[in-house]
Design a protein around this ligand. Structure first.
Ligand code: ZN
Length: 492
């Protein structure tokens, strides 16, 4: 008995030693010491320019009949007037009438170009919410230290910040060694098929291979975890794929007073019930693990024990992540039934039933593997399954060991020394997927500071950007372009 107790005690001791050693090795990263200070720059004038850009109602709507081409053309003219050096020195091309591609030729053709992208369209204001806005959504009011309006965050603020950065560099006669492209699509909010897709194809046809591409994407989030004091700059290095399946079934019709067997509604309901009760398994690995590895060292000791010892606590971590919808979605392919249609009259048995199920595909899965999962889960030949137009596999996961990622990480730390930089998975879709043939190094990040309430403003009410943050954004792009425009290896 004593022998067993001593043996168990020894085992526990060894386990504790392993846990402590692994936790100690899991040390905090220290912030960059020398924070860069913004160069001489008139932020008041820049804020005025952003305010003016917000006044153009470059709205993307699902129905092409509502497209306001005049707003896009006026926006182009405004950019010409507001950024004279860019329009004098860079080559400008208009793609599919409304998207913009600028080329800033570098001095050294041996270096692959870098590309910065955003989009000039915005989402509409939801009818009925206009009165809830503190300042009208398309007036670009500057008040209380903020620039207010639709697009301030998503993403006129991003487009204009990049333009301000380049204009500023041209003013100080900066010449890049590497060619820099700026690409601004005009239909990102409705899938980017005419804008970013066409820009991507145009560059592909010209044989362009990029060193890296930075699109808008995840922001710098504040106060997301109660025990994490530092803001986190999330850099999305992959994005989920997309699939919609139509499930349908037919059965005998007739009068509801003489039902025979199961109706279409019953058959289809059962199929959906089976599917939703058989979710695709989520895993604490790959990108989820990388995100945790970046954030973990900043957490209090007790959390670090868990994070540093995933081999032991993986199940616990998974359970915790499953409790929040956003982290739950980050770990797996999600399944959501979004449409269910059947029946025309209360006393008529329906002959048809139809449902649409939408999937956001995790990089661990593919369109094909998800379809197989659906067929197997439902296992009912009476249910017909049809893939709808628009499916896309998840993007490849960009390598965080590449010089381009290190450059991005380091530049973020220089401009925002208090933040933790963490790679992540983009749960929604961006224009970046349309550029995937140009480079493996695609990053989705916008240096926008946002807490939870700010995130609600994106596509919501009272969208706004603080002048202070806008200044930081412009400075960040200035720094990144300066550093990216020369050989990466030499300067990192
Ligand atoms: Zn956007």
């Amino acid at each position: 008995m004593i022998k067993i107790l001593v043996g168990a005690g020894l085992l526990i001791l060894i386990l504790v030693i392993i846990l402590v050693i692994r936790t100690m090795r899991y040390t905090r990263h220290h912030g960059e010491k020398n924070r860069l200070l913004p160069e001489d720059f008139d932020i008041e004038e820049a804020a005025e320019r952003l305010s003016e850009a917000i006044r153009f109602e470059t709205i993307s709507t699902q129905s092409s009949g509502d497209f306001n081409d005049d707003a896009f053309i006026k926006m182009h003219h405004f950019l010409e007037k507001a950024f004279p050096n860019i329009h004098r020195i860079l080559k400008k091309e208009i793609v599919n009438d409304y998207s913009l591609l600028y080329t800033w030729p570098g001095k050294n053709p041996a270096l692959k170009p870098a590309m910065f992208t955003c989009h000039i369209d915005v989402v509409p204001v939801e009818p009925g919410t206009e009165e809830d806005w503190k300042h009208p959504p398309f007036e670009g009011t500057i008040s209380d230290g903020y620039i207010w309006g639709r697009g301030a965050m998503d993403v006129q603020g991003g487009v204009l910040a990049i333009m301000e950065a380049v204009e500023h560099l041209l003013e100080v006669e900066y010449k890049p060694e590497r060619t820099i492209y700026l690409g601004f699509g005009h239909d990102e909010e409705i899938d980017g098929d005419m804008g970013a897709y066409a820009i991507g194809k145009l560059l592909e046809k010209r044989g362009v291979e990029l060193e890296f591409l930075l699109d808008e994407g995840t922001p710098i989030v504040h106060n997301v975890l109660p025990d994490l004091p530092s803001p986190v700059a999330l850099v999305a290095v992959a994005e989920k794929g997309y699939l919609s399946l139509e499930l349908s079934t037919s059965s005998e019709g007739g009068h509801s007073s003489v039902p025979q067997g199961l109706t279409s509604i019953a058959i289809l309901s059962e199929a959906i019930h089976k599917l939703e009760n058989n979710p695709i398994k989520g895993r604490v690995d790959g990108l989820v693990k990388k995100t945790m590895e970046a954030i973990g060292p900043q957490l209090p000791f007790i959390y670090r024990i868990v994070m540093a010892n995933l081999w032991l606590f993986r199940g616990l971590v998974k359970r915790e992540l499953d409790r929040m919808p956003a982290t739950k979605a980050a770990m797996r392919t999600t399944i959501a039934t979004t449409i269910f249609e059947s029946g025309i009259k209360e006393n008529v048995l329906p002959t048809q039933a139809r449902a649409i199920v939408n999937f956001r595909i995790h990089p661990n899965d593919t369109v094909e593997s998800v379809k197989k999962h659906v067929i197997k889960s439902i296992g009912d030949p009476r249910v017909e399954i049809r893939e709808l137009h628009g499916s896309i596999n998840p993007s490849p996961v960009s390598d965080v060991e590449q010089p381009a990622y290190r450059l991005l990480r380091k530049t973020i730390k220089k401009v925002f020394p208090e933040v933790v930089v963490a790679p992540t998975l983009m749960i929604g879709a961006t224009d970046a997927r349309h550029y995937s043939s140009l480079t493996n190094n695609i990053y989705r990040f916008i240096p926008l500071r946002a807490d939870e309430s700010d995130l609600d403003r994106v596509h919501g009410t009272n969208e706004r950007l603080s002048k202070h943050n806008y200044h930081e954004m412009i400075f960040f792009y200035t720094q990144l372009i300066r550093r990216a425009a020369r050989s990466l290896e030499k300067h990192i």
